[in-house]
Design a protein around this ligand. Structure first.
Ligand code: SF4
Length: 446
């Protein structure tokens, strides 16, 4: 054993804070405070841990003048004071992100939004917002991923590609593991993929249903019809009648089916109506067998943000506090709506990167107004923000709660110390909130 290997220790039962699968069996090999490697994590999860100590961390708060591309380092006290002044003096600030931080930080953020009369939104508004809206409308027959592992003999992935987006989903919970009632693993299950493209997930499926792009609603409608024993046209959504009938018969013949759906359904034509009919299909199936559905949530704690917003204010995303009480109308109060209409006069982005995902026109407007970005790493969003405040990484350098895609809360562990002096998201938000309250009180007293 080398000198180095004598110092190694393994931290077990670590939760991976990357995707909504929230794998909780990760082992992290440490040399003192240095992350050497991980066991069990997928390539993306491994990189999440290792990149925590790679070069592109932000190690001090920074400020950029309006017309300058250069940032100057500033102190935390200064950055927090500037952030508080910007938010307290804005008429309609926007707060966006929240999906890659802890529930504890999200709770403080929601209070900050209320105190500032802000519009606050999480990343669901550009991914599974339609799912959340449909579930609010018609309810949802759900189950945990543990139940899927132990019971499900039919797995349907519709409009999602877990091989790339949730790499351990199939090996931990769905297609391959041996469960209590699925002792033979994949031999006890049938996997169906519904996708216009022959994705890497579709290549592993027993059946690939190649639906026409944007015709998910029609196909789900046809499935509901054949299940009831009624007739449908010869081809629906590019799929032949006999194939739709065979899929309907397969669904009815299984003991426990699960429909996993992704952004291929939520963000194609039909949006929340697609999920509405998917839920209705699953509800119909429960007349014949056990059937449930689960949304393939992306960011590791986007589900938690919806939960925390709902506990505190009654709505899961796109929440507008500008009238002094929470209002919710996605399409009017989502972050992108506000930026496109140039309605906000300041913005705070935390735990997400709209610079990499939002339309250019939205981010062009973002770059013109006073903005604060809280993030551990340099991102396209930090590059165009005015104040940048670095934070610790929850699940690596900080404990915190997060919700898995099936709404199971999981406590993320701390495995190493953050770079010296770096504050957590929660602490930064608490300090901004305290100062905003003081500034508002001073203004009221004038
Ligand atoms: S599947 Fe997701 S949660 Fe699991 S190790 Fe990979 S990135 Fe992390």
């Amino acid at each position: 054993m080398t000198t180095e290997s004598r110092n190694l220790k393994v931290v077990t039962d670590v939760v991976c804070p990357f995707c909504g699968t929230l794998c909780d069996d990760i082992k992290v090999i440490m040399d003192g405070n240095r992350i050497v490697d991980t066991l069990n994590a997928c390539v993306i999860g491994n990189e999440k841990f290792k990149s925590a100590q790679a070069g592109h961390r932000i190690l001090a708060p920074m400020e950029r003048e309006d017309n300058s591309a250069e940032f100057a380092p500033v102190s935390y006290d200064y950055a927090i004071e500037r952030a508080a002044q910007i938010l307290a003096n804005a008429r309609r600030p926007l707060m966006y992100g929240w999906s890659s931080t802890s529930c504890e930080a999200q709770a403080v953020g929601n209070e900050l939004a209320e105190v500032c009369g802000a519009v606050t939104d999480n990343t669901a508004s550009v991914c599974h917002g339609p799912s959340v809206m449909a579930i609010q409308t018609v309810g949802a027959p759900c189950c945990t991923l543990g139940e899927v592992k132990n019971r499900a003999d039919l797995i349907i992935y519709w409009g999602c590609n877990p091989v790339h987006a949730h790499p351990r989903h199939m090996s931990r919970y769905t297609t391959y593991p041996r469960g209590f009632f699925t002792e033979r693993g994949f031999k006890d299950r049938t996997m169906v993929v519904v996708d216009p493209r022959p994705t890497d997930t579709a290549k592993q499926a027993d059946i690939h249903v190649q639906v026409e792009q944007g015709k998910d609603y029609e196909l789900l409608d046809a499935l509901r019809t054949v299940i009831r024993g009624e007739d449908i046209p010869d081809v629906v959504g590019g799929v032949k009648k006999e194939d739709i009938k065979a899929l309907g018969d397969l669904c009815k013949s299984r003991k426990f089916g699960v429909l996993f759906f992704g952004m291929g359904v939520t963000q194609s034509i039909g949006k929340h109506r697609n999920i509405d009919i998917a839920i209705s299909f699953v509800a119909d199936m429960n007349k014949y067998t056990k059937f449930t559905l689960v949304a393939m949530r992306g960011h590791y704690n986007v589900t938690g943000s919806g939960q925390v917003m709902s506990w505190q204010s009654g709505f899961p995303f796109s929440m507008d506090f500008s009238r002094g009480y929470p209002r919710y109308n996605p399409g009017e109060t989502a972050a992108n709506d506000i930026l496109q209409r140039q309605e906000c006069d300041a913005a705070l982005v935390i735990a997400s990167d709209p610079g990499a995902h939002f339309p250019v026109s939205s981010m062009k407007y973002y770059a013109q107004i006073p903005t604060i970005c809280i993030d551990p790493h340099e991102t396209p969003t930090t590059g165009i923000s005015k104040i940048v405040i670095p934070s610790t990484i929850v699940g690596v350098e900080e404990e915190g709660n997060a919700y898995r895609m099936d709404n199971v809360p999981i406590r993320c562990r701390k495995v190493c110390d953050a770079p010296e002096g770096i504050l957590s998201d929660k602490e930064i938000l608490e300090r901004i909130l305290a100062r905003v309250k003081e500034i508002k009180a001073e203004k009221k007293g004038q």
